[in-house]
Ligand binder design. Structure first.
Ligand SMILES: NC(=O)c1ccc[n+]([C@@H]2O[C@H](COP(=O)([O-])OP(=O)(O)OC[C@H]3O[C@@H](n4cnc5c(N)ncnc54)[C@H](O)[C@@H]3O)[C@@H](O)[C@H]2O)c1
Length: 324
């Protein structure tokens, strides 16, 4: 395989660092850009094993000059930098817009001016769909986001699509369901809730479930996300496409929480009332369709929830000091 020059923005985070580790093992040249914004999951320990084999740049995707210098000569850009916390997008919508829209336009604009051949991989979200009208959710399901985060991810997806249609800038968008796994931030419950529950169980605490916990979610392990994104970045037929990216099988919230407690052997689960503000952003049960991606890439996620929880637990047991 030809060695590619690859830029990963947000590369200190869970998904970006997992992709970086895999690409280094395949022999590619990696540059990581990360702003190290405290609220998110950027963590130097995430790239500890590859730090001597990559180029690391501390900086922000909103810095036009810096982005101009970084996109030049790159074959592939995993543009994963993001304001990831959808609750925070309702508290500070301007910040969400600044990073998730303007930041991504800056990268697109730099590619248009300086490197039209680069291919960009964008991480959108299931939050773009809003309330689920019908399951399984295929890519043509209506999109009525309930949060500013979802609205801005949808706007960014539309930028990528417009730049592909009008200027031929190659991109692939993934609408990711609920990711979890090693390397995620585990300091707060605002995103990667499954990781947060693992921490609660490890500390023998009570995991609180809103309502009866009957709502279904699709949990996808981070290595599956990384594999799908990497594969798509090397395949021309994915250019200009949007794909759902989940496990393709959903699980009740209560089942997921009970599984964590049973696997780790500590902690307990209790049911509590839904707080009002959470009902406003609750999307309802989701069963994602993975058919389009499976057909295009002949690939499907392979890490079951049971195995993913065990791997994640073992990772934090070993590396607790770097994440707590
Ligand atoms: N984790 C989820 O629940 C989830 C779900 C769907 C989509 N996504 C998307 O996937 C992408 C990666 O998320 P993750 O799960 O790895 O989260 P993460 O918090 O682990 O990583 C995000 C990284 O982006 C960096 N970053 C934030 N703003 C930046 C900026 N302006 N410039 C440069 N770097 C910046 C952060 O410092 C962090 O290292 C994000 O775009 C996110 O919106 C995440």
């Amino acid at each position: 395989m030809k060695i590619k020059k690859i830029l990963i923005t947000g590369g200190l985070g869970m998904i970006g660092s997992t992709i970086a580790s895999k690409l280094i093992n395949l022999g590619h040249e990696i540059t990581i850009l990360d702003a190290e914004i405290a609220r998110y999951g950027g963590n130097h320990f995430n790239i500890n094993e590859i730090k001597d084999k990559i180029t690391y740049v501390k900086g922000d995707i909103r810095n036009k000059k810096l982005i101009d210098s970084l996109v030049i000569q790159k074959d592939i850009i995993f543009n994963l930098a993001g304001q990831v916390d959808y609750n925070h997008s309702l508290i500070d919508p301007i910040l969400d817009n600044d990073i998730n829209c303007k930041g991504h336009l800056i990268v697109l604009d730099a590619c248009l001016r300086l490197n039209k051949d680069a291919k960009i991989i964008f991480s959108g979200s299931r939050m773009q769909y809003g309330k689920i009208k019908h399951n399984p959710v295929t890519e043509d399901h209506p999109m009525n986001p309930l949060s500013v985060y979802g609205a801005n991810k949808l706007a960014a997806e539309n930028y990528y699509s417009a730049y592909f249609k009008h200027y031929g800038i190659k991109s692939v968008t993934f609408r990711i369901t609920n990711p979890y796994g090693p390397r995620a931030q585990i300091k707060k419950p605002s995103y990667c809730i499954l990781n947060w529950f693992i921490r609660q169980a490890m500390e023998n605490k009570t995991i609180k479930i809103f309502g009866e916990g009957e709502q279904r979610r699709d949990y996808i392990y981070v290595d599956d996300i990384a594999d799908a994104m990497i594969l798509s970045s090397f395949e021309d037929k994915t250019n200009g496409n949007v794909y759902n990216l989940g496990y393709g099988k959903s699980t009740k919230f209560i089942t997921m929480a009970n599984l964590i407690v049973a696997t780790i052997g500590s902690g307990n689960v209790v049911k509590t009332e839904w707080p009002k503000n959470w009902e406003n952003v609750e999307t309802g049960s989701i069963e994602i369709s993975m058919k389009k991606l499976e057909n295009h890439l002949n690939w499907r996620p392979s890490i079951s929830l049971e195995n993913g929880i065990i791997n994640t637990f073992n990772f934090y047991k070993e590396n607790k000091n770097f994440y707590w």
